[in-house]
Ligand binder design. Structure first.
Ligand code: SF4
Ligand code: SF4
Length: 706
């Protein structure tokens, strides 16, 4: 900001070097010797030229990316994104302090930027072209001066808040140490952040100083409408600066302010400041559906992302929009557990690999991003959910994994699991004839949806079918469906793994093969809707199968149970009075927004839920997703995500963690053992409590038999 409240303005001096003022308003550049005026415009042109060069290099890079064929924002999204950005929504929602500071900086910066444009139009265009239209004078000038002065203070306050946060808060997300390349020094990043803050601070603070010096030199009474400058000039006068001193100091202050402002213009496209331009485009063009519904492998990227040119232009732009805020990293369960992964570092490494000019070389998967890093991701989507500039990390990771899988760069355990899935249709490598063995202890027979029409096709899932730690809960769900008289059936040996995690491992061909087999079984069956026990299957059946031609209504079993209770077909009669906490499965809550149904079921059962701080879309992951359950362990520096979660849950003073996901049951059962809490802490499925609470009639067919 300058004395006018604008960022590139100048002072007011008469031709003799003594400042004066007559009417309400202010001229810029008057009093400057001709050589200085010429030099100023030459430097302005140079700054704009450097800005344009930087911008062109970025555009040229994005033009090397693939076209985004799937997502094109309409006018409504373009407008709503503008409001999101102006309202600072993406920063405020996760960090109130940083959000307020950023809001101050953003609003102050925008007001001063627009103020600068107004001065530019008035002084440098209208004054020469249409002098009668000059408007930066009189009452407008006075109101403008006050407005600019106040927003300059707002901007300074925001900058100070950010500087204090950076210097004293010691936040983990501001720790730039590399998570998977020990040798990399990140000091330039810290320095870059301070240069960015410092440069804006210098411009704004220098603007006030310039204004104060001018108001010591010339002191028209109407300038009390510039309250901050007026007050600062009083300070200078109290420090014995007189009009003559001020007039001599003025050019120095003017040049310092002007040069800093021009340097900032030139610096924007070459630095972190570029997010001011790219953040909007990244958010507006972000395809939020891309995480739950991964892109299909196209002819030209069947092997995933090998070089940066395989990325879409939106992905390349999003890399540059990253402000390295670290929100993704501090919320990444793998990163916090000390696995060699940081979503921020992945983005920054890919950005470096693409090069500012789009001249990057090198193989992305394995070279730029180490294999271990890629295999550490559990596809929990906690990173992308919290990214303020709309980076979609999960689809990028999967594209890189596709490249690894196509080279056969997978560990032995995963290799074996993929073979199991190919041969047997399940991750355990068990016979498909054993898939429905869990039903045998039931006192009734579940119908075969391939042979008779049912209302609900129950897609049971691998873990719920085969894992002995989960089977009892699967039977409980069956008993509940039966008790409610639900018209349901299963596919028996025709069901295959739904493929959600196969796809996230990067094995696109196998995913399509499994999906095709399931879809063929669906086509041979007659049903109205699908219900599934497994949130991972839920995600792919609901969001990804439609693109393969299988479009059915899909429900999670908690939604169906909730509806059965609401219809009065299941009657909770006992208040169990238990106190538990609830774990939101990632693929239920974060990916698909299902948070209420499981909690309401627990409420119906009279179970008190003590909530963990990280819940719903912010929930901590169990660590099983993205195929991690099928891979060899990668050593961690800290406790694994599920172990951390068990301690968090136990810290609430409850002894049970309830969930609605078979993989959670498996992961948390192991974690309880690992942290030595076996026998003192339990993991249970929501279905257990619903069953315990309901009036349990003897099923009709059993009554008949009796
Ligand atoms: S990717 Fe997003 S959340 Fe992560 S550091 Fe960059 S801007 Fe922040
Ligand atoms: S999806 Fe989860 S594990 Fe993977 S990088 Fe993001 S936060 Fe980390």
């Amino acid at each position: 900001m300058n004395e006018t409240g604008a960022m590139n303005g100048t002072g007011v001096m008469n031709g003799t070097g003594v400042m004066s003022s007559t009417e309400v308003g202010r001229d810029t550049l008057i009093g400057m010797p001709p050589w200085a005026i010429v030099l100023f415009y030459v430097l302005t042109a140079a700054a704009i030229g450097i800005f344009a060069w930087g911008a062109w290099r970025l555009i040229r890079k994005y033009r090397q990316g693939r076209r985004d064929l799937r997502h094109r924002p309409g006018p409504a999204k373009l407008v709503s994104t503008a409001f999101r950005v102006l309202g600072n929504v993406t920063v405020l929602r996760d960090d109130l302090y940083a959000g307020i500071a950023h809001l101050f900086v953003l609003s102050g910066f925008l007001v001063l930027f627009v103020g600068t444009l107004i001065v530019l139009v008035d002084r440098d265009i209208l004054r020469f072209v249409l002098p009668s239209w000059v408007f930066w004078k009189g009452d407008f000038y006075l109101g403008f001066s006050t407005f600019m002065d106040i927003f300059g203070l707002v901007l300074l306050a925001g900058l100070l808040m950010l500087a204090v946060r950076r210097a004293f808060f010691r936040l983990p997300q501001l720790d730039y140490r590399h998570r998977f390349r020990e040798e990399k020094s990140r000091r330039s990043m810290t320095a870059g952040d301070w240069v960015f803050l410092g440069l804006i601070f210098f411009i704004v603070f220098g603007g006030y100083a310039l204004e104060a010096v001018r108001l010591v030199a010339v002191r028209p009474e109407f300038e009390v409408w510039s309250p901050v400058g007026w007050w600062a000039s009083d300070l200078l006068r109290a420090a014995d600066m007189d009009a003559g001193d001020a007039s001599s100091w003025y050019p120095l202050f003017w040049w310092a302010h002007s040069l800093a402002s021009l340097a900032f213009v030139a610096y924007v496209p070459w630095s972190k400041a570029v997010h001011m331009l790219l953040g909007y485009f990244s958010l507006a063009w972000q395809d939020e559906t891309l995480n739950a519904q991964l892109p299909r492998a196209l002819e030209n990227d069947a092997a995933g992302y090998v070089s940066f040119k395989d990325m879409t232009w939106v992905e390349l732009l999003a890399l540059d929009a990253c402000i390295r805020c670290g929100r993704c990293q501090s919320r990444c369960p793998s990163s916090v557990a000390g696995l060699p992964l940081s979503p921020r570092d992945v983005i920054l490494e890919l950005r470096d690999a693409a090069g500012r000019n789009g001249n990057g070389t090198g193989k992305l998967a394995g070279d730029v991003i180490p294999q271990e890093t890629l295999w550490s991701c559990i596809s929990c989507y906690n990173c992308g959910t919290h990214c303020p500039v709309g980076v979609n990390h999960v689809p990028l990771m999967v594209q890189l994994r596709r490249a690894l899988v196509s080279e056969g760069a997978v560990d032995e355990q995963l290799q074996q699991t993929l073979i199991n899935l190919q041969r047997c249709g399940n991750a355990m490598g068990q016979s498909d004839r054993m898939r429905a063995k869990w039903t045998q202890p039931l006192p009734f027979t579940i119908r075969d949806a391939r042979k008779e029409e049912v209302e609900y096709l129950w897609f049971v899932g691998d873990n719920a079918s085969y894992d002995p730690r989960v089977q009892e809960y699967t039977r409980t769900v069956a008993k509940l469906f039966d008790a409610a008289g639900l018209d349901f059936g299963i596919l028996y040996e025709a069901e295959r793994n739904a493929g959600n995690d196969v796809r996230r491992v990067g094995e696109e061909g196998l995913f399509e093969m499994l999906a095709e087999k399931n879809i063929r079984a669906f086509e041979k069956s007659r049903f109205r809707a699908i219900v599934t026990t497994d949130p991972h299957s839920y995600n792919t059946l609901k969001n990804e199968y439609p693109a393969l031609g299988a479009e059915y209504p899909v429900f999670h079993y908690t939604e169906v149970l909730q509806s059965l209770i609401e219809q009065g077909r299941l009657l909770p009669v006992r208040r169990l009075g238990a106190r538990v906490t609830y774990q939101d499965p990632c693929y239920l809550a974060r990916y698909n927004g299902i948070e209420r149904a499981p909690r309401e079921l627990l409420e119906y059962a009279g179970v008190d839920v003590v909530e963990m701080k990280r819940r719903g879309r912010d929930a901590w992951c169990c660590g099983a997703g993205g195929g991690r359950l099928w891979m060899e362990d990668i050593p961690t520096k800290d406790e694994r995500p599920a172990e951390q979660r068990i301690r968090e849950a136990a810290g609430l003073g409850v002894d049970t963690l309830v969930t609605a996901c078979p993989k959670d049951i498996v992961m948390f059962s192991d974690a309880i053992k690992n942290v030595g809490m076996e026998g003192g802490f339990f993991v249970r499925d929501v279905a257990y409590y619903v069953w315990e609470s309901i009036e349990q009639p003897i099923p009709e067919h059993l009554e008949k038999e009796a």
